[in-house]
Structures are given as C-alpha cells and as structure tokens.
Design a protein around this ligand. Sequence first.
Ligand code: GRF
Length: 207
Amino acid sequence: MPQLKIGVLISGSGTNLQSIIDNVEKGEINGKITVVISNKSDAYGLERARQHNIDAVFVNHKEYENFEMYNDAVIEELEKHGVELIVLAGYLKILSGNFIEKYRNKIINIHPSLIPSFCGKGYYGLKVHEAAVNYGVKLSGATVHFVDEQADTGPIIMQESVEVDYDDSAETLQKKILKIEHKILPLSVKYYCDGKIEVVGRKVKIN
Ligand code: GRF
C-alpha cells in the first residue's frame, strides 16, 4: 500500500502532532506528514514540524476578506502538498462547509472528552475539563471522530476513558487525558492509513 499523505492542522503546542510524528518515524503509521498548517504564527507545533523537516505553514486569517476565503487558502496549501487525510490536532478554527464537503470522511479530530459529553460550541482547551470536573463525572476521556458540519458530531472512530478522582482539577484531568490522546490519535491515523476504517452511516467499523 502506498504511503498516505497526511496534513495536520494545529493552533497550539502540538503534543498530539508530536505523537503522530513519532509513530510515523517508528514506522507504525503507513503515511507521511507532508504539511503542518497553523492559524497562529507562534504555535509551537510549527517548530516541532520544522525540527522533523516537515513543511510548516502559517496561514493568517487576517490576510483574507472572509472566513470562506481563509478556508480556501488552507485548502490550497493542503492540495499543494497532496494531502489525502487531514488531522485536526488542537486546531481552534471552524472549517467552512466547502472544506468539509471536499474532504468528507477524510478529516479527523481529537476531542478531550467522551463525546457526546462536554463537547460542541465553546468546549475547547481547559474549558472541557473544567466542565467535567465541575459536573462531578467519575469518568472522562478522549474521542477521535470524523468531522462533519456541526461541532464534534461526526462518526466516532475511537474513545478511551480515564477515571476522574475526587481531587482532580481541570489541569490534572487534562494531563491524564492528554496521555490517552497520544495513544488513540496515532492509532486511529494508523488504522486509517491501513485502510481499516469503514464509515457505515454514523457508525465506524474498524476492520
Ligand atoms: C488537545 O487536548 C486536543 O484534544 C484538543 O486540543 C488539545 C491540543 O493539544 N483538540 P496539543 O496542541 O496537541 O498539545
């Protein structure tokens, strides 16, 4: 099977990006990251990409007249790099309808809760973990899913849970969950690149 070309979109530190880079380099993932794109010029993930000789591109939304044109500029970069699978790894921008339509079931996202809990509009970063801790749930976790038109509603590829202890803060829970994110995101990418993932309606079958 030829190596799949992967594009990773980030906005921040990029520890999830790093987990994919590491698994590609170990030969676990039959793919190649051809580009990392950020909407933030100072995202550390761009630096991680450069350190591994991966093209790192900052696309500045301020340079575009509107949301659609910014998204089209991101698509152009992805096309330039022949991207076949897009991974949103802490990317804090919404994708345009055109973007989602063009890459239907080819965009995956990692979210730091057990969807459908603590997800959707406004649930990002520490806010997700604050909500989980304040609610008093005993389990939280991470979800890898395909991206569709709504926030965090696409078919779920993989989930894993962690226990929430009485004394957990949003910060300690975030740390615990990041650990499992770094496991299930690269594993999902691996399965995708191996052609093992089948979307049946809103369910995902891993063959
Ligand atoms: C992760 O918690 C991910 O689930 C969420 O954004 C965070 C990104 O962290 N979508 P990092 O930049 O990969 O370290």
